[in-house]
Design a protein around this ligand. Structure first.
Ligand code: NAP
Ligand code: MG
Length: 492
């Protein structure tokens, strides 16, 4: 199959990507860089500034200055709407370039990356509507006083994001922060720094004033840590692993900044005997293998009711085998490599653990052959999994499904909830009462019924239990990126 040509604007951008601090393209203070790797070859294809403590200091100072002089906050709310909407449109206009950058950096099929660019643009367009739509309140009072609340931005925000959906994750942090009048410093993942840099350029083009949106590329323990513990940052929004989430929480102690954490998952996808099997199988397959399984909400534990277990398993295997593994820029690629050598080792390591624990590999089962380099792993389905196995309890973050047989509704709910995580869950049934009973019984921030995986800019997203706290998207982000001030006026 034909490999799409790399666009000239992509090649040009890759020559010298720069951080954006105070609206200026910026190298790291110490002049250091790091390489970003194409996961389909394992080779470096661009060098990016390795920002450190000094660069975070500079970016936070720029964001602070921009916040305090009110160059963004004091704009007419309708003007902020115009600018954010324009940014959403610019993402759409530059979709081909952005999709290629993302596909090359993260190893994902370009078709998937284009869908993600649409989502990111949509998030900006959605939050563009908000500046004119949130209010303070007038409080009840006697005739001698007048009391009201102002809804104000929080201040300087920090966003720390992972590599699985780089642009979408950036939009989830940046769009609501800006809609509410904050300024922000964004630290993208070291594996996928490119689209965040391009997004910041587009923001300037859309009219976001200099210093309002800054990007520092660098490593987690350096730039990320410095941002999380910075005394002049008022809020941190983090998406990533539960392990690093804990570190963010500790790092934020110094100035008690607000923290929201979107962490990992081990989401159950329950298929009952009365489900539409054809749809359940196909969607469950995408639910676990989309983006090479590197999805925080991936439906990695597929709980199947006994009477249909074998039939479901057979069709899941068939659907899995029909998916084409290949390089991101090849048009018919259904699944790309995993993002890095580290992820490759982790995922293939877990596959070996699953075999040792006594689960049965029904398809896949290790590295994929036939590629010249790159981090390709076969989509792997384990059957005969018990929920207490490591492969059913730990987040693998790769293309590995664990199929678990369950006896009935009660067993399905108990097994589904038997995890430290609680990000998402799904239930497949043609019985609406059963669907709603199960939805109520599941301890998860999102429950899908007869589908898997959709998100929308207006629908709250976040975790129960150790999948984090705080909700993003919709009105929830407006609440977390603003604070209220009560104003008392004595009329006597
Ligand atoms: P991660 O380490 O949690 O990375 C997320 C972000 O945090 C990255 O920008 C990372 O920078 C940064 N970071 C790392 N250490 C930090 C620190 N001490 N202080 C501040 N920021 C820090 O995730 P990962 O290493 O990319 O992946 C590891 C595992 O996390 C995966 O296997 C998966 O289980 C899970 N994960 C979950 C999600 C999710 O959406 N829930 C997303 C990605 C990964 P660097 O890129 O430089 O490390
Ligand atoms: Mg990369």
């Amino acid at each position: 199959m034909a490999q799409a040509e790399v666009l000239p604007e992509v090649t040009k951008f890759l020559e010298a990507p720069k951080m954006l601090i105070g609206g200026k393209p910026t190298e790291a203070t110490r002049g250091q860089t790091f390489e970003t790797i194409d996961p389909s070859t394992g080779k470096s294809f661009a060098e990016v500034p390795r920002g450190g403590v000094e660069d975070i200091d500079a970016a936070v100072a720029a964001a602070r200055e921009a916040f305090e002089d009110r160059r963004w906050t004091s704009l007419r709310p309708g003007k902020r709407t115009e600018i954010l909407y324009k940014l959403g449109e610019l993402i759409k206009r530059n979709m081909a370039e952005l999709s290629q950058l993302e596909a090359l950096d993260a190893g994902k099929p370009v078709s998937l990356a284009s869908g993600e660019m649409w989502v990111a643009g949509d998030v900006f367009r959605y939050y563009a509507g908000w500046p004119t739509k949130f209010f303070g309140e007038t409080n009840p009072s006697d005739d001698n006083s007048f009391i009201f609340t102002l809804r104000e931005p929080v201040g300087v925000c920090g966003g720390i994001i992972p590599w699985n959906f780089p642009m979408v994750m950036a939009s989830w942090k940046v769009a609501p922060a800006l809609a509410c009048g904050n300024t922000i410093v964004l630290k993208p993942a070291e594996q996928t720094p490119l689209t965040a840099l391009r997004l910041a350029e587009l923001a300037l083009e859309a009219g976001v004033p200099e210093g309002v949106f800054n990007v520092v590329t660098g490593l987690g323990p350096e730039a990320g840590q410095a941002l999380a513990q910075h005394p002049d940052v008022d809020k941190i929004a983090f998406t990533g692993s539960t392990e690093v989430g804990r570190k963010i929480l500790h790092a934020s102690e110094g100035n008690l900044k607000r923290v929201s954490l979107e962490l990992g998952g081990k989401s159950p996808n329950i298929v009952f005997a009365d489900a539409n099997l054809k749809r359940a199988t196909k969607t469950s397959m995408y639910g676990v293998f989309s983006n090479s399984g590197q999805v925080c909400t991936a439906g990695t534990r597929i709980l199947v009711e006994k009477p249909i277990h074998d039939e479901f398993l057979n069709s899941l295997v068939e659907a899995t085998q029909s998916m084409k593994l290949g390089p991101p820029l090849e048009e018919d690629t259904g699944m790309g490599p995993v993002v890095s050598q580290e992820q490759f080792d982790r995922v293939t390591g877990y596959i070996e653990i699953g075999k040792k624990e006594g689960a049965e590999v029904v398809t896949g089962g290790g590295p994929a052959e036939g590629f010249d380099g790159g981090y390709y792993v076969q989509p792997t389905v384990f059957a005969g999994v018990r929920n207490d196995m490591q492969i059913a309890q730990e987040e693998i973050f790769g293309p590995v499904a664990a199929v678990i047989e369950v006896d009935d509704v009660d067993a399905a709910i108990t097994t589904a909830n038997d995890t430290m995580y609680g990000l998402a869950a799904a239930v497949w049934t043609s019985d609406i009462s059963k669907a709603l009973r199960v939805a109520r019984g599941l301890k998860a921030g999102t429950v899908w019924v007869n589908t898997y995986g959709p998100t929308d800019a207006s629908v709250s997203f976040g975790g129960y239990k150790q999948s984090g706290f705080g909700r993003e998207l919709g009105v929830h982000s407006i609440e977390t990126y603003t604070q209220t001030k009560s104003v008392w006026v004595n009329l006597k």
